[in-house]
Design a protein around this ligand. Structure first.
Ligand code: ZN
Ligand code: ZN
Length: 341
């Protein structure tokens, strides 16, 4: 089968053996794969030096074609599924440690990520798969990581007592994750200030349903005058400047949720302990989400509350170009790979 493999910093399409499902695994024939920004970071070595070769891609929708022993307890042959989690944690978790039992399987010592959806087939732990209802089309594939990550970040606000109706800022609102975050936050009832850079992106943020769409250069002034600060900032921008803006926009006692991960070469955010005391802010990061959250999000998509803005549909052989364009921010929303193309 054909698969996109990262070898020595370059993504190449190779012919590799078709996997066969092991114990509790399901063989999924990929229909669509979503293109995620973390693939760009991986290729560029922005976060760490990877050990090659690596199969790439962690968002997928496909059909279950074969089952390994005992996988039938979780999923059936012929089911159309979305890969329950993108990035670390979606491949396996033990289910019995303190983290798994408290709903944070990503922190489980045995957790494994999902990689290899830029391929014709992938074999996965059946318990991580979420069955899709007919209402959710194959072009909603980016719900698997981009959508889930945005959903889980916004949902944390409810747990942290940032109540619906309150104004929150979404920084990097026109991107693959940000555009989901606007829709989820509006569904939850927040007053959304979408922040991004440039006229075209601001227009897009408005079209996604944000109450206010503001250019990053004017955001601090606008929010201070209009809202006297936001109750929460959720930062999807993978830039230190985005993190600093997020901190600046918050009211005292606000909640800061970082999601984008700037390259380590970008340095650090700086805030003095005295400033932290004055602001009394809660500062945290959020990554992906749980399979249960994936199910909740799939339901929102089925109800028409959340929709993927697909701006590009490409073939597997075009993957390198798509990732290069994503790195240069040449498109808004999300790109997907159609395996039949
Ligand atoms: Zn991702
Ligand atoms: Zn565990």
């Amino acid at each position: 089968m054909r698969a996109a493999i990262l070898a020595e910093g370059k993504l190449v399409i190779k012919d590799v053996p078709k996997p066969s499902p092991g114990h509790e695994e399901a063989l999924v024939k990929i229909i669509t794969a979503g293109v995620c920004h973390s693939d760009v970071h991986l290729i560029k070595g922005d976060w760490f030096a990877p050990s090659f070769p690596i199969p790439m891609g962690h968002e997928g929708i496909g059909t279950v074609e074969e089952l390994g022993p005992e996988a039938e307890k979780s999923i059936q042959k012929g089911d159309r599924v979305i890969l329950g989690l993108g990035g670390t944690g979606g491949g396996y978790w033990c289910g019995a440690c303190e983290y798994c039992l408290s709903g944070r399987p990503r922190l489980c010592k045995q957790s494994k990520g999902i990689v290899g959806t830029y391929a014709e087939y992938i074999s996965l732990w059946a318990k991580s798969l979420v069955k899709l209802p007919d209402e959710v089309s194959n072009s909603e594939v980016s719900l698997a990581c981009g959508g889930l990550t945005a959903y889980s970040a916004i949902k944390k606000l409810i747990k942290l007592d940032v109540l619906p109706g309150k104004p929150i800022a979404i920084i990097g609102a026109a991107g693959g994750l940000g555009h989901y975050a606007i829709q989820v936050a509006k569904t939850f009832g927040y007053k959304v200030v979408g922040v991004d850079v440039g006229k075209e992106k601001i227009e897009f943020v408005k079209s996604m349903g944000a109450d206010y769409a503001v250019d990053a250069s004017k955001a601090a002034e606008f929010i201070k005058e209009k809202l006297d600060g936001v109750y929460a900032s959720i930062v999807f921008s993978p830039k230190i400047a985005g993190f600093e803006l997020g901190l600046k926009l918050m009211k005292r006692g606000g909640v800061f949720v970082g999601v984008g991960i700037p390259a380590t070469s970008e340095g650090t955010i700086s805030i003095t302990p005295l400033e932290m005391l004055r602001r009394d802010a809660l500062i945290m990061m959020s990554a992906v989400g749980t399979v249960e959250e994936m199910r909740e999000l799939v339901q929102l998509a089925a109800d028409g509350k959340v929709k993927t803005h697909v701006s590009r549909v490409a073939s597997l052989s075009e993957i390198s170009q798509v990732l290069e364009d994503l790195d240069k921010e040449k498109y808004t929303g999300r790109a997907i790979i159609d395996m039949a193309k």
